[in-house]
Design a protein around this ligand. Structure first.
Ligand code: IPM
Ligand code: MG
Length: 365
C-alpha cells in the first residue's frame, strides 16, 4: 500500500467542453482517493482562466499566474479557445504560455485503441496497434519567432516571417527521451519524423542529432521518415509504429491523425512533461474546446480521464494509473460510449461507468 500522500493539483477547465471533461476526470480522481482508503489525497485548486476571463480582464490568465501555478504538483487542464477571442491570442496566452515557460518540453501522446470502439483502420485487429508520439514541445515551429511588417504599403502588400527554432540541445533532449521510452516498451524501436528534404537547416540538424544519439542506444532499432510519407504510413502500416518522435508542428498534426484513427479525437490523452521536475507538468486531452458541442453534456471524457491516468503515473502512482486505464477499457468494452464513437451515453454516464469499474476493481483486489 502507498504511503500517505497529498498532491496539490491546479485545475484549469478552460473553455468549451473543457469544464465538462474535467468534471468527469475529477470524479475519477475522487474514486482513486476513495480506493486508497485515506492513503492518497488530491487538494485541487480551480483557476478560472480562459476566454471568458479574457473578455473580463483583457488577459487569458492572471499576471502572476505562472507564479501561482509553480508550487503545484501537477496541472490538470481542460481545453482552450473560443470564438469570442482570436485563437492565437487564447493559445499563446494560456496553453503555450504555461508549456513554454514551465519548460514542459516533452509532450507524450499515446495512440491507443480501445476494445468496443470501432477504429478507422479497416480489417485490422486493434490488439496490434499501440504506439506513442513524442512531441518536441518547447521550440521548433512553435518558437513564436518572427514578425509582420509593411502593412503601411497598402492592402495586399504586408509581409510576415515565421521562423522555426531548432537548437541542438532541444533536439537532443527530446530524441533521448524517445529512446529512453523505447527501452521500456515491448518493441524497442524509434521512428523520427521530419521534413528535412525541404527544411534544410533546422530539420537537417534534427536528423543529424538523431543519428548521433542513436549510437548510444544500439539495442534500439531506428527509422527516419519524411512527414508526408509518415502520414500515409499511419494509415497503411501502423503496425510498424512504436515510439514516434517529431517536432512540435509535425507531431501536433500526426497526433490528430492518430487519435482520429482510434475512433475519435475525444479519446486521446496527453502529458506535457518537464522531465527535470523544476516546474509542474500539465495533463490535457489532445482535443480542443469543441464549441459546437459545448454545454450539451455529450463530450467524450476518455481523453481527459486518460490524461488523469498519465498524471497519476507522473505523480508516482503507477498502479492507480493502471487501474484507471483498466476501468476505461472495461467501460468501452461494455458499450458505454459517447456519440462520437457510435454510442448514446452522456459524458457523465461514461464517467460514472468508469468510476463504477474502478470501485469494483478495488473490491476485487
Ligand atoms: C494541441 C493543440 C494545440 C497545439 C493548440 C490548441 C495550441 O492543437 O494541443 O494539439 O497546437 O499545440
Ligand atoms: Mg493539436
Amino acid at each position: 500500500m502507498n504511503a500517505k500522500k497529498t498532491f496539490k493539483l491546479a485545475v484549469i477547465p478552460g473553455d468549451g467542453i473543457g469544464s465538462e471533461v474535467i468534471d468527469a476526470g475529477m470524479k475519477v480522481l475522487k474514486q482513486v482517493e476513495v480506493n486508497s482508503q485515506g492513503e492518497i489525497k488530491f487538494e485541487s485548486v480551480y483557476f478560472p482562466w480562459g476566454c471568458d476571463y479574457y473578455l473580463e480582464n483583457g488577459k487569458m490568465m492572471a499576471d502572476d499566474g505562472l507564479d501561482q501555478l509553480k508550487s503545484f504538483d501537477a496541472i490538470y487542464f481542460g481545453a482552450v479557445g473560443y470564438s469570442n477571442v482570436p485563437d492565437h491570442v487564447s493559445l499563446w496566452g494560456l496553453r503555450l504560455n504555461i508549456c513554454q515557460n514551465f519548460d514542459q518540453w516533452a509532450n507524450i501522446r499515446p495512440v491507443r485503441f480501445y476494445k468496443g470502439i470501432p477504429g478507422k483502420l479497416a480489417n485490422r485487429s486493434i490488439e496490434d496497434h499501440d504506439w506513442v508520439l513524442i512531441r518536441e514541445n518547447s521550440e521548433g515551429e512553435y518558437a513564436g519567432l518572427g514578425g509582420r511588417n509593411l502593412s503601411g504599403r497598402g492592402l495586399g502588400k504586408e509581409v510576415a516571417i515565421q521562423s522555426a527554432l531548432f537548437t541542438e540541445e532541444g533536439c537532443e533532449r527530446i530524441i533521448r527521451y524517445a529512446f529512453d521510452l523505447a527501452r521500456t516498451r515491448k518493441r524497442k524501436r524509434v521512428t523520427s519524423v521530419t521534413k528535412s528534404n525541404a527544411q534544410q537547416y533546422g530539420m537537417v540538424l534534427w536528423d543529424e542529432v538523431f543519428a548521433r544519439v542513436s549510437k548510444d542506444y544500439p539495442d534500439v532499432e531506428t527509422n527516419q521518415w519524411l512527414v508526408d510519407a509518415m502520414a500515409a504510413q499511419f494509415i497503411l502500416h501502423p503496425e510498424e509504429l512504436e515510439v514516434v518522435v517529431a517536432s512540435n508542428l509535425i507531431a501536433d498534426i500526426l497526433s490528430d491523425l492518430g487519435s482520429a484513427l482510434t475512433g475519435s479525437l475525444g479519446l486521446a490523452p496527453s502529458a506535457n512533461i518537464n522531465p527535470e521536475r523544476r516546474f509542474p507538468s500539465m495533463f490535457e486531452s489532445v482535443h480542443g474546446s469543441a464549441p459546437d458541442i459545448a454545454g450539451q453534456g455529450i463530450a467524450n471524457p476518455i481523453g481527459a480521464i486518460g490524461s488523469a491516468a498519465m498524471m497519476l503515473e507522473h505523480l508516482g502512482l503507477k498502479e492507480e494509473s493502471n487501474d484507471v486505464m483498466r476501468a476505461i477499457e472495461e467501460a468501452t468494452s461494455k458499450g458505454f460510449l459517447t456519440r462520437d464513437v457510435g454510442g448514446t451515453n452522456s459524458t457523465i454516464e461514461v464517467a460514472e461507468a468508469i468510476v463504477e469499474n474502478l470501485s469494483k476493481n478495488k473490491v476485487e483486489n
